[in-house]
Design a protein around this ligand. Structure first.
Ligand SMILES: [Zn+2]
Ligand SMILES: [Zn+2]
Length: 137
C-alpha cells in the first residue's frame, strides 16, 4: 500500500466528542479478537488504521476516557478512547507499538470505509460470511 495521507472526521453518538485525524492510511480492517468483541458489544470491530497521525479535537477532549487494554493478542498496550457520556468507542492508540499508530472506530467516521482484511479469523463468529470479498484472514 503506497503511503497516502488521509483525513478522517469522527463524532460520537451524543455529539459531545468530535475530532479530526490526519495520518498515513494503513487501511481499514475487521477485527474479530475477543477484546474488540467485548469492547464494542458486537461480533467484530471495524477499524480504520493510520500511522504518523495527528488528532485535533473540535470538542469533547475532556469528555474522552481511556481504558488501558493490557491483555492484547500481540502484547502491545492499547489505549482505548471512548466518550464517557454516551460510551461510543472512538479510537485506540498503541503507545508501545509503531509510531503514531491509531485505529479509528469506523462507525463514528463521516467517511465510509471498506475493509481490506480480516484479523484474528480464528475467533470469528461462525455465522459470518466473507466480509471483505476474499478469504484473506
Ligand atoms: Zn458521546
Ligand atoms: Zn481486536
Amino acid at each position: 500500500m503506497p503511503d497516502k495521507s488521509v483525513t478522517k472526521t469522527a463524532t460520537c453518538l451524543c455529539g459531545s466528542v468530535s475530532f479530526t485525524t490526519t495520518g498515513i492510511d494503513k487501511g481499514t480492517v475487521i477485527c474479530h479478537c475477543s477484546n474488540c468483541q467485548r469492547y464494542s458489544g458486537s461480533p467484530f470491530m471495524h477499524n480504520t488504521r493510520l500511522v504518523n497521525s495527528e488528532t485535533t479535537f473540535q470538542k469533547g477532549q475532556d469528555v474522552i476516557k481511556k481504558y488501558e487494554d493490557r491483555d492484547t493478542k500481540n502484547g502491545n498496550l492499547l489505549e482505548r478512547w471512548f466518550c464517557s457520556n454516551c460510551g461510543s468507542p472512538m479510537m485506540f492508540k498503541s503507545p508501545t507499538g509503531s509510531a503514531g499508530f491509531i485505529g479509528l472506530q469506523s462507525g463514528t467516521l463521516q467517511e465510509r470505509e471498506k475493509p481490506f482484511r480480516e484479523l484474528y479469523g480464528e475467533n470469528k463468529h461462525a455465522w459470518l460470511g466473507d466480509l471483505v470479498g476474499k478469504a484473506k484472514l
